[in-house]
Design a protein around this ligand. Structure first.
Ligand SMILES: Cc1ncc(CN)c(N)n1
Length: 227
């Protein structure tokens, strides 16, 4: 069995929990409260800004120029496609300048992005891909599951359409193949560490839905960090 299939299987219980999560289910049914989706859009824009930088670290760590170019292209796609989709959502949801100025990343968004930076800074390209792959792959599987849903809500339909698109599928397949090539060439210790990154990111993907559904806030302090 390929490395990617093996880690996907190991993560299956937590992926199934994501598929069943009320945020995902209600988005597909069109019953998700707007307040929760608005909150998600703002936290996810923060997440994607850092995700793009982690992709760029992957570009810098790639051992060959062709991979550098592809990882840089992925970082650019995050900015130009996913983040611009979020800009469209922000307009449709009337997210104001005041709300943006008052934005604070929630504990889970902060922890998840910190995990990705740690894997990326401490490791090699295999660590970067292992940490970011659940982000691609889980969303694609959710898009596939929701694409026959009819939420009767143009915003939720747009979200589902983006993650079930051929464009997104080709990026996911490329990164799965890249992970397998790297995994075949590194040591057993490297593979164990890469599997841990994949599993931790899978846990955080679940926590991200839950964060948005609960409108998570810091308990007492209100950190000044917003970028
Ligand atoms: C938290 C999260 N994970 C994954 C994706 C899909 N790139 C996303 N937009 N946000």
């Amino acid at each position: 069995m390929s490395f990617a299939k093996r880690v996907r299987e190991a993560a299956d219980p937590i992926w199934q929990a994501s598929f069943r999560h009320s945020f995902v289910q209600e988005l597909g049914q069109g019953t998700l409260e707007r307040e929760k989706f608005r909150y998600y859009v703002m936290q996810d824009a923060y997440y994607l800004r850092h995700f793009a930088r982690v992709q760029a670290i992957g570009a810098a760590k790639a051992p060959d120029l062709a991979s550098t170019a592809r990882l840089a292209h992925h970082a650019q796609s995050t900015c130009e496609a996913e983040l611009s989709l979020h800009e469209t959502f922000a307009e449709l949801l009337n997210i104001t300048e005041e709300e943006r100025a008052a934005f604070v990343p929630a504990p889970t968004a902060y922890a998840y992005t910190s995990h990705m930076y740690r894997a990326a800074y401490e490791g090699h390209l295999g660590d970067v891909i292992a940490a970011i792959l659940p982000c691609y792959w889980l969303y694609y599987e959710i898009g596939e599951r929701l694409k026959t849903c009819q939420p009767n809500d143009p915003i939720y339909e747009k979200w589902i359409g983006a993650y079930s698109s051929d464009w997104f599928r080709s990026l996911v397949e490329e990164q799965i193949a890249r992970l397998d090539v790297i995994a075949a060439a590194v040591t057993e210790e490297d593979r164990r560490r890469m599997e841990q990154h994949f599993l931790i990111s899978s846990e955080y993907e679940y926590e991200f839905w839950d964060m948005a559904y609960r409108l998570e806030r810091w308990r007492s302090v209100r950190p000044a960090v917003n970028e």
